[in-house]
Design a protein around this ligand. Structure first.
Ligand SMILES: O=C(O)c1cc(=O)[nH]c(=O)n1[C@@H]1O[C@H](COP(=O)(O)O)[C@@H](O)[C@H]1O
Length: 240
């Protein structure tokens, strides 16, 4: 199930990395209409759980639940069943759990959504985090260049039947060439010209990422730390 946004703004999912459900719901309401959805990740979910998810979901915004599941296949399948009633629009797992884990994750997400009668989440697998560079890969024993490793993991994820991957904007063109046409490419590491890079190492501007073939742009601090987040999101959408 590919993710097919109809407008530039719908491609943008704003990452709300906070522990405060009231603040997250208020910001989600403010961003409604200027972005396609909200991404809730480890910091938020570990602090607020399913109730925190529901607090943001009741704004009506599609939710991308980014918990990057990475464990043995049975445990990941159980975690997917546990979050399935929340019916997230997008859900992350990790390629590095391996082929069997990815296959089980894709199958479980489909089976559980059908059983519950909810829309199936778009399941995407994280390749190499955008905070890593070649030196970091070498430090964990991977001797391939970042590009090569991302393409290898993307092709494996495609083979295993997940809907797409998470990669940095730098690898989009290579991944597009190595995967099926409707593969969903979720891309963090997005920085409008002039904004602080922070802990991200492989970045591009929103327009460069969309021109290269990104399906979804994950953008956090350039929107959430702006004096006027809705205006910042609108300016990014206009730049696309
Ligand atoms: O899976 C992700 O969303 C993710 C993968 C990755 O490789 N890099 C990455 O930054 N992310 C997430 O994307 C968001 C980026 O936030 P900003 O750096 O503030 O724009 C964060 O919530 C990260 O958890």
């Amino acid at each position: 199930m590919p993710f097919e946004p109809k407008t530039p703004a719908e491609r943008i999912f704003c990452a709300l990395d906070t522990t405060d459900p009231a603040a997250a719901a208020a910001l989600a309401a403010k961003l409604k209409g200027t972005v396609g959805g909200i991404k809730l990740g480890l910091e938020y979910y570990c602090s607020t759980g399913a109730d925190g998810f529901k607090a943001v979901a009741q704004t009506g915004m599609p939710i991308f639940l980014d918990l990057k599941f990475h464990d043995i296949p049975n445990t990941v399948a159980g975690a997917i069943r546990a979050v399935a009633p929340l019916a997230p629009k997008i859900l992350t797992i990790h390629t590095q759990g391996g082929p069997e884990m990815m296959r089980r994750a894709a199958a479980t997400a489909a089976e559980e959504a059908a059983r519950l009668g909810v829309e199936r989440p778009v399941v995407v697998a994280v390749t190499i985090l955008t905070s890593l560079d070649g030196r970091d890969l070498n430090a964990i024993g991977v001797d391939h260049a970042v590009d090569d490793q991302v393409v290898r993991l993307a092709a494996l994820a495609d083979e295993c039947g997940v809907d797409g991957i998470v990669c940095s904007p730098k690898e989009i063109r290579l991944v597009r060439a190595a995967t099926r046409e409707d593969f969903t490419l979720v891309v963090p590491g997005i920085r409008p010209a002039g904004s602080a890079v922070g802990d991200q190492k492989r970045v591009m501007t929103p327009k460069e990422a969309v021109d290269a073939g990104a399906s979804v742009l994950v953008i956090g601090r350039p929107i959430t730390e702006a004096a006027d987040p809705a205006a910042a999101a609108k300016a990014i959408a206009a730049s696309l």
